[in-house]
Design a protein around this ligand. Structure first.
Ligand code: FES
Ligand code: FES
Length: 169
């Protein structure tokens, strides 16, 4: 854009973690920027900015998306769930979060919000009885630099089963 050229703002209205949100934004704003910088929902991370690492995964209208390569205007009229929305303040952890805690599915935790949002989406699509091969294949878009993945796979299998018993989300 040339200096002095005006940016035409875009008005968006959406629901984020159950709360209605309306904002005027630069239409080039990425969904991850909007969540982190406008709404201060910093649980969604940025690891690569190029759709490779999965640290930025959130749910848009119930489906996992990489928010680093989704424009915020694409969520206009929709519903976004971030890691903060899985277990609101004061509520017990979501069963998938609890499974990661129980099974040591994280070390530094940077990849964890994206892993968990991907895992919950996976359970919704493929059910509660997930084998090792399926989980590893589905994690293709999520990178972890710490754990070696073994405990993440264990956590997701356990979390999938726990979701069947308690929280259908
Ligand atoms: Fe979005 Fe890495 S920050 S995939
Ligand atoms: Fe450190 Fe996955 S736990 S990047």
């Amino acid at each position: 854009m040339r200096r002095g050229q005006r940016v035409h703002m875009a008005k968006i209205s959406l629901v984020v973690n159950g709360n209605p949100v309306t904002a005027n934004i630069d239409p080039r704003t990425l969904l991850v920027q909007f969540l982190r910088e406008n709404l201060r929902l910093t649980g969604t991370h940025v690891g690569c900015d190029t759709s490779q690492c999965g640290a930025c995964v959130v749910h848009l209208d119930g489906k996992a998306v990489k928010s680093c390569t989704t424009l915020a205007v694409m969520a206009d009229g929709g519903s976004v769930t971030t890691i903060e929305g899985l277990a609101p303040d004061g509520a017990p952890l979501h069963p998938m979060q609890e499974a990661f805690r129980e099974n040591h599915g994280l070390q530094c935790g940077f990849c964890t919000p994206g892993m968990i949002m991907t895992a919950v989406d996976l359970v919704r699509r493929k059910g509660h009885d997930l084998d090792d091969h399926t989980i590893r294949e589905e994690l293709e878009g999520n990178l972890c630099r710490c754990t070696g993945y073994q405990n993440i796979v264990l956590s997701i299998a356990a979390g999938a089963k726990a979701m069947a018993k308690s929280d259908p989300a």
